[in-house]
Design a protein around this ligand. Structure first.
Ligand code: XMP
Length: 527
């Protein structure tokens, strides 16, 4: 394969919208590579990226205040098409000589937009035709300000009663802007609008496909590590599994995976990971049985953050021990499952405003005397792309489509002190809940579902006997980005079935509750 799948690329300039990553995912779905840069990145970064087109995101600020964020001039000087969305439209209007005003009629939610002016961007894209024969689009709006005067050279391409200039274009320069959000699915024709911009207006070819991404990554990996050995910490989660399959395809037995079984995995998970990788795919996997060490070190500790720290440290110790043993063979490279949202979010924290709510552990933090170089072949990919290439690489769908599972495993789902007895009860209850979600076609409708063990005893009756046993909570959420989440409104009958099975089949559990807390204010995990 000789084509450069990164050549036809779009730049997304982030003004702080909650939808910026969604814009990038939509562009990738069209089959075009794109990256996000904050609006205040260095001019060099924009210029070196050399995109075929630029999209300005929305944002929470107002152009009507002094010092609102502005698009750097170098982006207009690149002479490539630009699409401004929401705030992106307003700043474009203002910077190019138009005017923006605070609207007396704020619009949030559904709106109908009338397309006007026969622009290349919206031509023949519509949901309805109104009585006068004009094309109408059902869109998602979220704005307070609006463009009051078009900049020179622009025409109006869309309007609503409360935003007469809901879209504008200077087709000669390839500048387009929309007040509504084409990236959200509520805008029914949004994907077609983005596709029109990226493919036809910017002239990008759809080269960013799962097959091409795999081929490209394999070549890049071989180029990066040559004949060297690479080590990978396999957790059984989606990212590390796809990473293992990708590296195996690229470098075969030069890859060694270390799978630390800390005894805090779900029912049968350790064996399943070994079966998928070592048995079926012929990947070299060292399984380290570290259950006793983890449970001994966790004994007596009830504080969630301290539990996480203990686990993180033990994980690294085990990993380092394996690395030292293998290092005699000259292992230089460490593979990490960093994905694109991690890269964007660490760049996005330049302002230092993000708070650490929970310290998520990764294989990072290895001691300095283990001098590895990093291999991160997933760092350009969104989670859905990681899943797609997992399927292309031949991983079982059940593994690739799995809900995320935290690194500290069941330790953060057993409240307070972790005991083997609790972990065993939790594993059984969790397996029943997941089995029923799958059987009722509800697994894929929830983003994450699991059971939490509460160290609380409660009275029950079974047959003629009195029970005094433990309580568990079912937790199921719907979310796109795991930053916010809604508790899943699972059917009552279904919840009843899960509760009945758990109490009847597991000796030691007397009561099941359902968690109806959203995030925020709660978090998805209980600890
Ligand atoms: P929270 O509980 O913060 O969870 O709302 C958001 C997502 O992150 C996962 N999570 C973790 N993942 N180590 C991990 O690798 C951790 O310590 C950890 N804590 C939470 C959680 O499962 C959810 O998907």
């Amino acid at each position: 394969m000789t084509q450069n799948i990164h050549a036809d690329r779009i730049l997304i300039v982030d003004f702080g919208s909650q939808y910026t990553q969604l814009i990038a995912r939509r562009v990738r779905e069209i089959g075009i590579y794109c990256e996000i840069l904050p609006y205040d990145a260095d001019d060099n970064e924009f210029v070196e990226f050399a995109p075929k087109g630029v999209i300005f995101s929305g944002g929470p600020e107002s152009t009507t205040v002094e010092d609102g964020p502005k698009a750097p001039q170098c982006l207009f000087d690149m002479a490539v098409p630009v699409l401004g969305i929401c705030y992106g439209m307003q700043t474009m209007a203002q910077q190019l000589g138009g005017e923006v005003e605070i609207s007396d009629h704020r619009e949030f939610g559904y709106a109908q937009v009338r397309a006007r002016g026969h622009s290349k961007l919206l031509k023949d894209i519509q949901d309805h035709i109104n009585s006068e024969g004009h094309g109408v689009l059902d869109v998602w709006m979220s704005h307070g300000d609006r463009v009051a005067k078009l900049p020179g050279g622009f025409k109006c391409i869309a309007s609503t009663p409360s935003a007469p200039m809901a879209g504008m274009a200077d087709e000669e320069r390839g500048y387009y802007a929309l007040q509504f959000h084409p990236e959200v699915t509520h805008t029914l024709q949004g994907q077609r609008v983005l596709e029109r911009f990226c493919r036809e207006i910017c002239g990008c070819d759809a080269l960013w496909t799962a097959g091409n991404i795999v081929d490209d990554a394999v070549l890049a990996l071989r180029d990066q590590v040559g004949d060297d050995e690479v080590m990978l910490g396999l957790s059984g989660g989606v990212d590390s599994s796809v990473l293992a399959a990708l590296l195996h395809k690229a470098i075969g037995d030069k890859l060694t995976c270390v799978f630390v079984d800390h005894g805090l995995l779900r029912l049968g998970e350790g064996d399943q990971v070994m079966k998928t990788f070592a048995d079926n795919m012929g990947v070299k996997v060292i399984r380290v049985n570290a259950k006793d060490r983890f449970f001994n070190e966790l004994a007596g500790e009830a504080d969630p953050e301290k539990k996480r720290k203990i686990i993180g440290k033990l994980f690294i110790d085990e990993f380092s021990t394996q690395a030292r043993e293998l290092a005699a063979d000259g292992i230089k490279w460490l593979a990490q499952g960093t994905i694109y949202p991690d890269v964007v979010e660490s760049a996005g924290t330049r302002s230092g405003k993000a708070h650490v709510i929970k310290s998520h552990h990764n294989v990072g933090g290895l001691p300095d005397d283990l001098e590895f170089e990093l291999v991160e072949p997933l760092r350009e990919l969104f989670k859905d792309e990681v899943r797609k290439i997992g399927v292309t690489l031949g991983l079982p769908k059940e593994m690739v489509m799995r809900h995320p599972f935290p690194g500290p495993g069941l330790a953060v789902r057993i409240l307070g002190e972790v005991k083997w007895e609790y972990a065993e009860l939790l594993r059984k209850a969790d397996a029943i809940f997941i089995e029923e979600l799958l059987a009722h076609d509800l697994y894929d409708k929830t983003s994450q579902a699991f059971v939490v063990f509460l160290p609380v005893k409660s009275v029950g009756v079974m047959g003629d006997g009195r029970k005094y046993d433990w309580v568990v909570s079912l937790r199921a959420v719907e979310t796109i980005d795991f930053m916010t989440a809604r508790w899943a409104h699972l059917p009552y009958d279904f919840l009843e079935l899960c509760s009945r099975r758990i109490i009847n089949e597991i000796d030691g559990i007397s009561r099941v509750v359902y968690d109806i807390s959203g995030k925020p204010p709660a978090t998805i995990e209980w600890e």
